[in-house]
Design a protein around this ligand. Sequence first.
Ligand code: NDP
Length: 366
Amino acid sequence: MNLSRRDFTRLGALSLAAQLAPPLRAQSSNRKIGYAIIGLGVIADHFMRGIQATGNSKVTALVSGHPDKAARIAAQYGVPKSNIYNYENMDSFRDNRDVDAVYVALPNSMHAEYTIRSAKAGKHVLCEKPMSVSVPEAQAMIDACKAANVKLMIAYRCHYETTNLAAVKLIRDGALGQVQQIQSAFGFYCGAGAWRLDKELAGGGPLMDVGIYSLNATRYLTGEEPSSFSAYTYSDPNDPRFKTVEENINWIAKFPSGITASCNTTYSAPMDGYFRVYGSKGWLEVNPAFIYEGLNLKAEYYDSTGKQVKLDQPNPEKDPIHFTNEADHFSNCILQNKTPKTPGEEGLRDMQCIREIYRSAGISMS
Ligand code: NDP
């Protein structure tokens, strides 16, 4: 079948229609989904604060390697001492009716093990990005959740965030005409000693950690799956931070309709997470696009009457609203037996793309 670029845009619009729907809001039922938080680090803190604002979710258990920290956080969220677990005894939450689901907020290489163990314990899984550190692991996570008949969602915040959704809607509505090119970047200076610099724990460098935001954005902005990648990497051989993971990586993705996306990520420079989309009738930019608050959408395009439209829309939403939306969505999916907008398959697709980007750059990944 020969598809024109216009057909691709239409197909993308249809396949993404569900994703563009505003996040489902809590239903009237009083039932709240109880979450065990696995790994009490930075992102878990945002998530636990976000959950407080939902009507359908609550923190009911903690899994941590640090009992003192766990006890302090348990007191903060009203979690009983009996619901504090460690990484060894966590599986016993199988019999704990307070725990319906888990939120996996561990270093990347631990996602697969803790997702699979949680599924085997009969718990639904919300897992942080990147889903895993390899394609086979991602598939094993999907298979384990299917076998256990539990839901699996990957915590892609931006799919539940209003400014990113507004940008996608403008594109789907044709405001920019035919999209031609996308630019995106996200990076930061990663200090020595971080687990993010250890391939055993991180699986890779900035591409796995923050480059994945640009990768995922190019997929939701186009509504297409990339057909090929061309990538380049550079790591300073004299910088001890980069013994096992890359320092910088740039890639170009080509999409079936002809759109190209040029993306950069680094662990050696503060790089605003943003995207800019150029179409035949105008452009849009979300900058910042990937952090927790202060997002801003700008656009200039010609409408159907030929009038130029200029948008400058700062988003007043504050951290932790993204996490509230995300938890609310997953809990509603559990309560209503629906498939999440970002299921395991969405994470798997990014892992396949990451493998291709690394392959093109000469970096191995399974
Ligand atoms: P942190 O280092 O802040 O927290 C990770 C936690 O994992 C630790 O606090 C610790 O919890 C537990 N842990 C268990 N074993 C180890 C180990 N060997 N080394 C380090 N920590 C260990 O990481 P982040 O919270 O920043 O990241 C966690 C995950 O969340 C990553 O996959 C990351 O990609 C993702 N992330 C997602 C973001 C988003 O916006 N969606 C933003 C930032 C991160 P304890 O002490 O309780 O055992």
